[in-house]
Design a protein around this ligand. Sequence first.
Ligand code: HEM
Length: 150
Amino acid sequence: MPTHEDRNRCHYVMAFIAETLRFRNVVPTGVAHKTLVNTKLDKYTIPENMSVMVYQGIICRNEKDWQNADEFTPERFIDSEGQYITTRPKAFIPFGVGRRVCAGEKLAIADLFLVLVRFLQSTQDYDIVLDSNDGIPLKLILISQTMPDV
Ligand code: HEM
C-alpha cells in the first residue's frame, strides 16, 4: 500500500499529477471573487463590486510560460536528476492564487497520489486506453506498461 512518505520517492507519479492538473484544469475559470473597492490592476481599473474571475485554465496552458503548452508532458516537472521539481512555476495555478487559494490543496494532492498509485498497482496487467474521439491525440493514450517505474 502506498503511504504519504512514498511521495518523496515517486517522482514521476508526482509529475504526472502536476501535469494532469495543468493540462486539464479542474476549475478552469477559478472561483468568482468581488472587488470591495475600486482597484487598479496593471493598466486596468476595476470598479468596486465587480465580479472578477481568473481564467486559470488559460494561464496554465499559455505558450509564453509553458513550452509546448498543448502537449501532455509530465517530464516538464522533472529535473535533470530525475527528481520532481517542487518549486512551482508561477503560471502553475490549478488551485488558484493569492489569499483565497484552495484550502484543500495539500489534501487533494495527497489523495490524488494514493488513489493513482493504488489504481496503477491494481491495473498493471491491463492496457488503459482513453477514448480519442473528442480531439485528444492518440499519443496521449496511456498504456500502463510504458510508465517508468513509480
Ligand atoms: C484537485 C482538487 C482541487 C482543485 C483543483 C481545487 C481548486 C480550487 C480552486 C481553483 C479554488 C478557488 C481559489 C481562488 O479563489 O483563487 C478552490 C477553493 C477552495 N477549495 Fe479547492 N480544489 C481542490 C480540492 C479541494 C479539497 C479536497 C478541499 C477540501 C477538503 C478544497 C477546499 C477548498 C476551499 C475551502 C476553497 C475556498 C478557499 C477560500 O475561498 O478561501 N479543495 N479550490
